[in-house]
Structure formats: C-alpha cells, structure tokens
Ligand binder design. Structure first.
Ligand code: NDP
Ligand code: OXD
Length: 306
C-alpha cells in the first residue's frame, strides 16, 4: 500500500515513525506520481505553496484520511471525489475534555476575581457545580465527551446539536431550540464545525440571549462567532468573558482587538492536538479498511460538510 503524506513538511518527523509503526505494510512517501498512491494522509497547510490540491490526479486513491477533526479546508474541494475521513482520536478527545473542563472550572470558580493586590475577598463563595448551568453547542465526538466530563463533576449540562440526537444522561436540544440552549448558558462551550450553517451562528441577536456575565469558551471554529458583535456584546457584559482558541484568521493578527480586550482570553489554537501515538492506529485501521474495501470509520458527510 503506497500512501502520500500530504501534510506540511515540518510534520514529517513527528508523524512518520508513529504511522510506520502502526502500519508497517505501508510505504509512506512525501512525494511521487499522484496516480501511484493508494491513499492520502492529509493535514491543512498542504500543498505548502498555497495552491489548491488537485485530488483528481490521485486516480488510484481509495481514501483521504485527515489528521484533523475539522475538514472545512478540503470538504468543499470540487476535485475531491475520494471518500474523506476525519480524525477521531482518543488523545485529541481527552485533550479537548481537559481544555474545556479547565476553562469552565476557572470561570465557575471565579478564579480571576482574586487579584493579588492585598485585598482579602473571602465573600466570593462560588455556587456549587450543581447550581451552574453549562451549554455545549455541538454534541459530536468532542462535545459529548466534554458534556459527560462536566456532568460527571456535577454541572447542569445541556447539549445542542443539529439533530438533537439523544445522549445518555444529558438533555440534548435540537436545532430550533438554540434560543433555549443559549438562555440557560452561564458557561457556553462551542464545539461546532465550520460549515455554511454554523458560520456567524453567534450573532448580536443570539449573543444577547446569554445570561448576563456568561462565559463563552470557543474551541470549535472561529467562524461561528460574529467578531464585531462579540466585541460589542462583551462591552455590555453579555457575555462577561470569552475564551477563544480559534479565529477566522490564524494566527490572530498582533493588532487584533481580542489580544488587548480585558474580557477576552486568547489561546493559539491549542485546545486539542491530534496526538500521533493515539491517532496513528486510527489512521492505520482506516487505510487497511480502504484496501480491503470495508466500511470506513469517521467518514465525512459531504452534504453536511462535517
Ligand atoms: P463531530 O462531527 O463529531 O460533531 C459535530 C457536532 O456539531 C455534531 O453534534 C453536529 O450535530 C453538530 N452540528 C454540526 N452542524 C450543526 C448545525 N448547523 N447546528 C447544530 N449542530 C450542528 O465533530 P467533533 O466533535 O469531532 O469536532 C467538532 C469541531 O471541533 C471540529 O469540526 C473542529 O472544527 C473543532 N476542533 C477544534 C480543535 C482545537 O484544537 N481547537 C481540535 C479538534 C477539533 P449532529 O450530532 O446532529 O450531527
Ligand atoms: C482539528 C483542529 O480540527 O486541531 O483537528 O482544529
């Protein structure tokens, strides 16, 4: 099985040993004739000259396996007719659980209220988790795991997804119930993909539905939030704080108002990385399935775009 590593060159040293260990029968290449490859392992940033990848030249390829969970950069590529699989990696999921839980606990406990200024603020008792309502937008692989972890800590968690597909132990609202999901979100965790339907979902009108002082944690994609509307809403204290890991344009420009805003915390798209040790076996399994003609794991729905 000959596989093209269609990812930025800087990723090669990190990924190639784990991929070869997980799939010793694979010939992993950095270049070659497109029609000689049985599969592609793809990551954003490829090709590195900024051109758009022409998948039509990969006439033998049976699968394109993304190393990223979010596939917005290639799902709309009209030359991509091969099956596209996104990354679902236990390490990535755990990383996202830790990121979201950490920032949610920081907001819940009001940790930023304790300035190191000599003032003894012992009256700021936070409510217990059982009195705190958290909404998770996006109840996919990541949203479900984050919701389960927070629910396990005792928070009152509501999920929201397109389908409203049930998740054991969590109330999940469907598409039209977004206002309800937002109005109960003292902490709002966003784990939605970037699609035509999710872009600017959080606009001025919807941000105004959040309870005063709410915290937004966006680790999905930056396009979800209308940035101008968010800046205005933050000035009104609704939400009271935003922890943003993802942005419309990355890296976030040094002069972007988010950096200096007292109510914004910027993290540089680090919420959850795909970890080679746990992800390489997932890639290997899918490559083998493709070669055997078996159903693929984590196939992207090309109509829905995620
Ligand atoms: P999934 O595809 O498993 O889940 C996506 C969820 O979003 C589903 O619950 C889906 O609903 C819901 N959804 C999609 N469109 C809509 C819509 N229009 N309205 C309501 N709900 C919608 O994705 P993952 O959980 O694996 O990942 C989510 C996103 O997180 C990725 O697409 C990526 O952008 C981002 N990400 C960010 C990382 C970071 O480091 N910041 C790391 C990894 C991922 P339904 O269940 O009904 O289909
Ligand atoms: C991803 C990401 O989509 O890291 O995997 O954002």
């Amino acid at each position: 099985m000959k596989v093209l590593f269609a990812a930025p060159a800087r990723k090669w040293d990190l990924w190639s040993p784990a991929l070869r260990d997980a799939c010793p029968e694979m010939e992993l290449c950095r270049e070659g004739r497109p029609d000689s490859f049985d599969a592609l392992i793809y990551a954003p940033g490829y090709p590195e000259d900024g051109s758009t990848l022409d998948f039509s030249a990969f006439t033998r390829a049976r699968v394109v396996q993304s190393l990223w969970a979010g596939v917005e950069r290639i799902v709309t590529n009209p030359t991509l007719t091969q099956p596209l699989c996104r990354m679902v990696d236990p390490g990535l999921t755990q990383g996202m659980v830790e990121y979201c839980t950490g920032w949610a606990l920081r907001a819940h406990l009001g940790m930023d209220g304790y300035a190191q200024d000599g003032i003894w603020r012992n009256h700021l008792t936070p409510p217990l988790a059982s009195q705190r309502r958290i909404t998770v937008l996006g109840m996919g692989e990541l949203g479900r795991a984050v919701a389960a972890a927070l629910s396990g800590l005792g928070f009152r968690v509501t999920g929201w997804s397109q389908s409203g597909r049930p998740v054991q132990g969590i109330e999940v609202l469907a598409g039209p119930a977004l206002p309800q999901a937002l109005s109960r979100a003292e902490i709002l965790i966003c784990l939605l993909p970037d699609t035509a339907q999710t872009r600017n979902l959080l606009d001025a009108e919807r941000l105004a539905l959040l309870p005063p002082g709410a915290t937004i944690i966006n680790a999905g994609r930056g396009t979800l939030i209308d940035e101008t509307a968010l800046l205005k809403a933050l000035d009104l204290g609704r939400p009271g704080h935003a922890v943003l890991d993802v942005f419309r344009s990355e890296p976030l420009a040094p002069d972007h108002p988010f950096w200096a805003h007292a109510r914004v915390t910027v993290t540089p798209h680090v919420a959850a990385d795909t970890r080679p040790a746990s992800a390489a076996p997932v890639v290997a399994e899918n490559l083998r399935r493709a070669m055997r003609g078996e159903p693929l794991l984590h196939l992207v729905d090309r109509i829905h775009g995620y």
